[in-house]
Ligand binder design. Structure first.
Ligand code: ZN
Length: 385
């Protein structure tokens, strides 16, 4: 499969250390959250918090109060790992210049937002579970699809500006090139934006936001400032490919399908688990908000099955989108250099272990993408010779 590719400028040992560190943090974080949920569920702790929060507010708000309190506790207890395993690691590897204070401000904003969005949604979900004990899984998984559509549309205009600045790109040459590419791909775009992503990360990025006529493409400052024009074109061409094939809808459809499966499995697995542990947890049914840590444990289990499916689907989409971009620009060398630069700027592991790719990689390994881009040029040259 992936032929060994030499990536100029990439410190392979450092990239390896970085991906190993991230893996350890991920596994440690999962173990930590499983341990936390098990501890919180057992000994009647969750049930006690549920009673205490219930005693402090009117009956109607007892559920939401418990959910908000546990969200806060869970955020606080995961903060140290997020700091040392996330922010400090990125700093040490030179992948962010964000200060501790800036990082914490982002964390606080994110937590506040999460609390505001999550609490009413979860409270509503528990109300559905109580009222429809047989088919709640179908109702809830059905409701998450329009919700996902809504959030993915509102996020770029309502949520992302809380964290970053967006400004229209004024360089007319760049805008003209992007518009010409978009026109050739048959994708209407309203605006081209620059985003100060360097506030959080040195890793370059680009994405589409909005729907229909308000569609805009957003390019990170890290991309615009460090990549050659032909390389920016390659990145834009790739994003156009996602638009042409409606990949956001495909991903939403897949998540919807997986969501139905996950909800049904929870419906089958969680009630017996709750019943069997009732004496130790003090929780009698999954309609009780205090069953949240037990539901969390079940969802971690389901996540192990869902993650590789989602990753494989995404890799297939990315592979096809790379091919589309090559056809659109006709410039395999520019795409290969873009990928090389991306690898250097984000310290990509040049040959990740197969199980890591299987479980975690939403994109094909970078060496494979580079090889595919160069192979495209070779094939083109052979065809015209
Ligand atoms: Zn992509």
């Amino acid at each position: 499969m992936p032929t060994p590719v030499e990536i100029p400028g990439l410190d392979v040992a450092k990239a390896k250390r970085y991906s190993r560190t991230r893996l350890v943090v991920l596994l440690g974080g999962t173990a930590w959250s499983v341990a936390r949920m098990a501890w919180f569920a057992s000994g009647g702790r969750s049930a006690r918090v549920r009673r205490a929060t219930g005693g402090a507010v009117p009956d109607r708000l007892a559920g939401p109060a418990y959910l908000a309190a546990t969200a806060l506790l869970s955020w606080l207890t995961s903060l140290p790992l997020a700091y040392f395993g996330g922010h400090r690691v990125e700093r040490r590897f030179g992948l962010t210049k964000q200060s501790d204070r800036g990082w914490l401000a982002d964390q606080l904003k994110g937590a506040g937002l999460g609390l505001l969005l999550q609490t009413p949604l979860l409270a509503g979900a528990f109300a559905v579970i109580r009222r429809r004990p047989r088919d709640w899984w179908a109702i809830l998984s059905g409701a998450t699809v329009p919700l996902a559509v809504l959030i993915s549309n509102l996020a770029p205009t309502l949520i992302m500006p809380l964290f970053n600045r967006f400004e229209p790109i004024t360089d007319p040459a760049l805008v003209d090139r992007i518009r010409a590419l978009a026109e050739r791909a048959g994708v209407p775009i309203a605006d081209v934006f620059r985003m100060d992503m360097s506030r959080q990360t040195e890793k370059p990025n680009a994405f589409f936001a909005g729907l229909g006529n308000s569609k805009r493409i957003v390019l990170s400052d890290t991309l615009l400032d460090r990549f050659e024009p032909a390389e920016v074109d390659s990145v834009v061409a790739h994003e156009l490919g996602h638009q042409v094939y409606g990949d956001i809808w495909r991903m939403i459809a897949l998540s919807g399908g997986l969501g139905v499966g996950a909800a049904y499995l929870t419906h089958r697995l969680a009630p017996p688990l709750v019943r069997r542990t009732a004496r130790r947890t003090g929780v009698a049914s999954i309609g009780d908000e205090a069953s949240l840590p037990l539901l969390g444990l079940v969802s971690v289990l389901i996540g192990f099955v869902a993650a590789p499916i989602q990753a494989a689907f995404s890799r297939a989409i990315e592979r096809r989108t790379d091919r589309f971009a090559l056809e659109l620009t006709g410039n395999g060398e520019a795409q290969a250099r873009t990928d090389e630069r991306l690898a250097v700027e984000s310290l990509a592991d040049p040959d990740p272990a197969a199980p890591v790719v299987f479980f975690l990689y939403s994109h094909p390994p970078i060496a494979e993408r580079i090889a595919a881009a160069r192979a495209f040029d070779t094939k083109q040259a052979a065809a015209t010779a």
